[in-house]
Design a protein around this ligand. Structure first.
Ligand SMILES: C[S@@+](CC[C@H](N)C(=O)[O-])C[C@H]1O[C@@H](n2cnc3c(N)ncnc32)[C@H](O)[C@@H]1O
Ligand SMILES: C/C=C\c1ccc(O)c(OC)c1
Length: 360
């Protein structure tokens, strides 16, 4: 056969569309393979290995470096082929034409653990954790249930915040996951939102976790007094820090006073009623009514298909794990009004997320 001839497709069977629909169905039902095989690559340390090898690795080098059993070596190229198809790696042929050479893509560069900046490995691991998978398996049953529960609670017997409270490992992984996301976004913020930081006097990061974002802000803008409010078991596990002050408390009851009140990835964990309650506390915290609330969360809608898919996927994730949701602008507008705020401005400067300034 002539090597340059494409393999003939079944074009005249009269069943092309039907067979394409079958392929679509296989792909859809198999979408979790993208998660599972990515998890496999992370477990084996493949992104780190390619990075430490100078960004490019030959298959035999990869096989020699990774912790894999001799009998499993013939299987690795299939994992790499799959992840190349889904945009995690690129695959080419070595100069001498005898073997494959793999490189990182922009996406897998974010999974390199040795880089402290732009390292989304902890967050990605969090997304593909067993806690999540088990919750998603309960989604159908949850819909048939009238009780006041979440798929996470059905799977694990307790809600996500209690689970984090009881399981130290989960708390460390969860805090590290969110901290990596915050570190990623705050670097973009200090470059693109500089003037706003310059004019701040004090900032309280409500539900600020281990203080990752507050610490970067305090370092970049030393004139801003930074506070972090989180639940007692989160705050008590954190070593004290000269840059930020940690306050243990419940944001439903009290938010310490500040010029700017920050809520990142917090409101999407909660129902509209809970968000209104949290926002009322935040509004009361703004010193002399001079300042604002800054929300970093998703406003559903994007011209980028990939960003929209990420937003709607995180919405399902919030449905499975929490009592929250991702919101469209009109839903945000309603809760701001009900919490007593007058105006807001959406700055779509953070990809999947937006920065929303809300004025008292
Ligand atoms: C999704 S995490 C976001 C963490 C951080 N803002 C970030 O984006 O990196 C939600 C945070 O809210 C905290 N939280 C949950 N309930 C809270 C409450 N009632 N009062 C204060 N913090 C709370 C959790 O402990 C957790 O750190
Ligand atoms: C790490 C995986 C899950 C997760 C859970 C709750 C959140 O609010 C969240 O915000 C981005 C992510």
């Amino acid at each position: 056969m002539d090597e340059n001839q494409p393999i003939p497709q079944s074009t005249n069977s009269g069943h092309t569309e039907l067979l394409q629909a079958q392929a679509k169905l296989w792909c859809h039902a198999f979408r979790y393979m993208e998660s599972m095989v990515l998890k496999c690559a992370i477990d084996l340390g493949i992104p780190n290995t390619i990075h430490s090898n100078g960004g490019s690795v030959l298959l035999p080098e990869l096989l020699a470096t990774l912790p894999i059993a001799a009998s499993k070596k013939p299987f690795l190229s299939r994992v790499m082929r799959f992840l190349t198809m889904s945009g995690i790696f690129t695959e080419g042929t070595s100069v001498d034409g005898t073997t494959s050479v793999y490189q990182l893509t922009a996406a897998s560069q974010l999974l390199v653990d040795s880089i402290t900046i732009n390292n989304l490995l902890p967050f990605t691991k969090g997304l593909i954790s067993q806690y999540n998978f088990r919750s998603f398996l309960c989604l159908g049953e949850w819909f048939q249930n009238d009780g006041d529960t979440t798929p996470f609670m059905m799977a694990h017997g307790i809600d996500i915040w209690d689970a984090i409270n009881r399981d130290t490992r989960l708390m460390m992984n969860f805090n590290a996951a969110l901290a990596s996301d915050s570190n990623f976004l705050v670097e973009i913020l200090i470059r693109n939102y500089t003037e706003a930081f310059m004019s701040m006097r004090s900032l309280v990061d409500v539900g600020g976790g281990d203080g990752a974002m507050a610490k970067v802000i305090a370092k970049a803008f030393p004139h801003v007094k930074c506070l972090v409010l989180d639940l007692p078991h989160v705050v008590h596990g954190i070593p004290t820090d000269d840059l930020v002050e940690y306050i243990a408390g419940d944001m439903m009851d009290f938010v310490p006073p500040a010029n700017v009140v920050l809520l990142k990835s917090v409101l999407h964990d909660w129902s509209d009623e809970d968000c209104i309650r949290i926002l009322k506390r935040c509004r009361e915290a703004i010193l002399n009514g001079e300042g604002k609330v800054i929300i970093i969360d998703t406003v559903i809608g994007s011209l980028s298909e990939e960003i929209l898919e990420a937003q709607l996927s995180m919405d399902i994730c919030m449905m499975a794990l929490t009592t929250g949701k991702e919101r469209e602008e009109k839903e945000w507008h309603k809760i701001f009004q009900k919490a007593g705020f007058t105006e807001y401005k959406i700055l779509p400067i953070l990809g999947i997320r937006s920065l929303i300034e809300v004025y008292p």
